[in-house]
Design a protein around this ligand. Structure first.
Ligand code: MG
Length: 250
């Protein structure tokens, strides 16, 4: 696996920067428009329109048969929520995961947000998950090992008495949506491949209030927590550079 991690050329990195910038503009617009009372399908339709307006193609639509352009996961839904008739309510946590392909290059990002007045424990869950992403990204440095990212996420999250999802992981990204390596959000430090300049990684902690265990609903996509408690998800596409981690989707 390790030797199949692609190293991007400078030209490829520039294309990935453009894709990342485009996707972050999409996210900014989604965040501005996301409101209580919307259905998750409306969020998807908005995301789809914004991507296409910016000249990008939704990367998730039709991916292994996924019907949406965004994954919209609410409360106990961890990831891969299928957009539909569910109405977003006050106090919900909504996780939106979006990916595009622009001129042959992929970008992938996700955020979670509390709608209106949100329980203090859920606010904490959101803060911890976003901070875990930041700490994971900080480890995406030349000469670090891949699992330094994983370990930083797990150590922080568990120190805050939350749990990290094990069944779904981050991934390399570039000319494909999912490239090697897999990037778990747990594990011991200093393991796995050594990070090199030009690697591009989608780092995406999924953090649960309760147990880390998950299950997939009968729709074949929606991942929910096994105990029904809330979950949050943040993701960025990050390039490993000599100057340090470069977040392409912010
Ligand atoms: Mg991803």
């Amino acid at each position: 696996m390790a030797n199949s991690i692609t190293i991007k050329t400078l030209q490829e990195l520039d294309s990935l920067r453009r894709a990342g910038k485009t996707l972050s503009a999409v996210v900014k617009d989604i965040k501005r428009s996301l409101k209580i009372g919307m259905t998750t399908r409306m969020v998807d339709e908005l995301a789809d329109r914004l991507m296409r307006e910016k000249g990008a193609v939704p990367a998730f639509k039709g991916y292994r048969g996924f019907p949406g352009s965004a994954c919209v996961s609410v409360n106990n839904e961890v990831v891969h929520g299928i957009p539909g008739d569910r109405i977003i309510k006050e106090g919900d946590i909504v996780s939106v995961d979006v990916g595009i392909v622009l001129d042959g290059f992929y970008s992938d990002t996700a955020f979670s947000v509390g709608m209106g007045k949100v329980d203090a424990k859920l606010k904490k869950l959101l803060e911890v998950t976003e901070e875990a992403l930041r700490l994971g990204i900080a480890q995406a440095r030349v000469d670090n090992h891949l699992s330094d990212i994983s370990h930083a996420v797990q150590k922080f999250v568990e120190g805050q008495h939350f749990s990290v999802v094990r069944d779904f992981v981050g991934h390399g990204i570039g000319r494909k949506l999912h490239e090697d390596p897999e990037i778990p959000n747990f594990g011991p430090p200093h393991q796995g491949p050594v990070l090199k300049e030009g690697m591009v990684l989608a780092i995406e902690p999924m953090v649960n209030l309760g147990t880390w265990q998950t299950k997939v609903l009968e729709d074949g996509w929606t991942v929910v927590t096994a105990d029904g408690k809330h979950s949050a998800h943040f993701e960025h596409t990050v390039a490993v550079t000599e100057k340090g981690p470069e977040i392409l989707t912010q």
